[in-house]
Design a protein around this ligand. Structure first.
Ligand SMILES: [Zn+2]
Length: 434
């Protein structure tokens, strides 16, 4: 109960903060001139965020048919005024895209004690909080037996089995529609009932086991018309099944930098100093400085950015690709500096990839921008590094010059060069996600 009240207070606080930030960011956006654009939402549900990027918290949701006023554009995000007069940001491409949308929000109730809310739909992901029996939740999306819920000012995941959803059984039958994105549905609760007609009053014709797959035929309100393997057709409640080949969750498959999650991996750290310059300064110092500059620019572009280390701390090699996997990074960039056995023996920037299909496009796209840096470019090469090899997400490793080369080092230590690296990576990634 306390949790719910606190959440409410926090939401109000963040809405106020959002208004303030919204005003503050106006200076860097492109205002829409004279006639303000009004847009009608065509997707079934679109998140309104506190800022122009997925990293920002969700403050409200728009539904199909809602009309909103666009105040400004930034990085493919619209700053909008909702009809409650609140100001927030929405991804421009979601507004007109009926494919990428969350399911309609539903209210639910937790049915057990000590139910954990996870950062991601996985048991081993970080726990954000705990719910007790009877606590209310708002479900915004479901996949693979997990429900994405509004959690304080942001979102979290709970195993769907711990939530009962209060779907008001619709009395008036809505129209039958066919969602082209749904191919099959999979039962995710025990003893799911197939009914002759849509609605809880429909006669039960079959009881289905968890993981039963059904062919999707059509949607009527909150019900799916489906067909079993044996050819039997009927209706099943949409809250006991998970549709497949349908809506993607809002945090994956970024096709825009602003919607992407990027992991930056500053090489070495702590007791692992990396290579040494002729001035006895460490590789780990510069990789971190560069990573911070890159992170700042990527965040300004709206991306969600995580670092494998944020300070001069030791991090194991294995923990680095593990973070990328944990957050489902759309790209990971490992930052290093080269060194040759003898000083001033070699110079240049090299981009390494491991997986031809997974990583090489990312490498090529980034390297194209790195050629603009004032250190010679050695091109894109295959590299058998653990951080790449053990990485399930697209990843590259950049050797941004030779730390023990006089010319390269002069650049590496300069802030101007570090900023140019950030420019190059940001531009490269924005091309990669187009
Ligand atoms: Zn290194």
């Amino acid at each position: 109960m306390g949790l719910y009240m606190r959440a409410k207070k926090k939401i109000i606080l963040f809405l106020l903060l959002g208004l303030f930030l919204g005003g503050a960011t106006l200076t860097t956006t492109t205002p829409v001139q004279a006639h303000r654009e009004t847009i009608t939402v065509t997707a079934s549900s679109v998140n309104v965020r506190m800022g122009p990027g997925l990293a920002y918290d969700v403050m409200a949701q728009l539904k199909k048919g809602d009309k909103i006023t666009v105040i400004a554009h930034k990085n493919s995000w619209y700053q909008v005024r909702l009809h409650s007069d609140k100001i927030g940001w929405v991804a421009s491409w979601l507004l007109k895209n009926t494919e990428i949308s969350a399911t309609t929000n539903t209210k639910g109730t937790i049915i057990a004690n000590n139910v954990v809310a996870k950062e991601h739909p996985a048991d081993d992901s970080d726990t954000l909080g705990t719910y007790q029996q009877g606590n209310p939740v708002t479900v915004i999306y479901k996949k693979n037996g997990w429900s994405q819920i509004l959690f304080h000012k942001t979102v979290a995941w709970i195993r769907s089995a711990y939530i009962t959803e209060k779907k008001a059984p619709s009395t008036k039958q809505t129209q039958k529609t066919v969602d082209p994105n749904i191919k099959n549905v999979t039962v995710h609760s025990d003893n799911a009932k197939l009914r002759k007609k849509p609605g809880l009053g429909g006669k039960i014709t079959k009881v289905l086991k968890r993981r039963t797959q059904l062919t999707y035929l059509a949607t009527i309100g909150d019900w799916y018309q489906v067909q079993t393997d044996s050819g039997k057709t009927g209706y099943i409640a949409n809250w006991v099944v998970t549709p497949s080949a349908s809506n993607a969750p809002i945090t994956t498959n970024a096709n825009n930098l602003a919607e992407a999650t990027i992991v930056l991996d500053p090489g070495h750290g702590g007791r692992d100093s990396g290579a040494l310059s002729q001035k006895k300064t460490y590789e780990k110092t510069y990789t971190l400085a560069i990573a911070k500059k890159v992170a700042k620019q990527l965040r300004q572009a709206g991306a969600r950015v995580l670092l494998t280390r944020k300070s001069d701390k030791f991090a194991t090699l294995a923990s680095r690709p593990a973070l990328a996997q944990k957050v489902h990074a759309d790209a990971m960039i490992s930052l290093h500096l080269d060194s040759s056995p003898k000083d001033n023996e070699a110079s240049g920037i090299t981009t390494y990839y491991y997986g031809k299909s997974k990583d090489s496009l990312l490498g090529k796209t980034l390297n194209k921008q790195l050629t603009k840096l004032p250190i010679k470019n050695r091109g894109v090469e295959f590299g058998n590094f653990l951080v790449l090899r053990e990485n399930k997400q697209p990843a590259v490793l950049l050797e941004l010059g030779y730390i023990n080369d006089k010319h390269d080092y002069r650049q590496i230590r300069s802030r101007k060069f570090q900023t140019k690296v950030a420019d190059a990576v940001t531009t490269g990634l924005s091309h990669y996600f187009q």
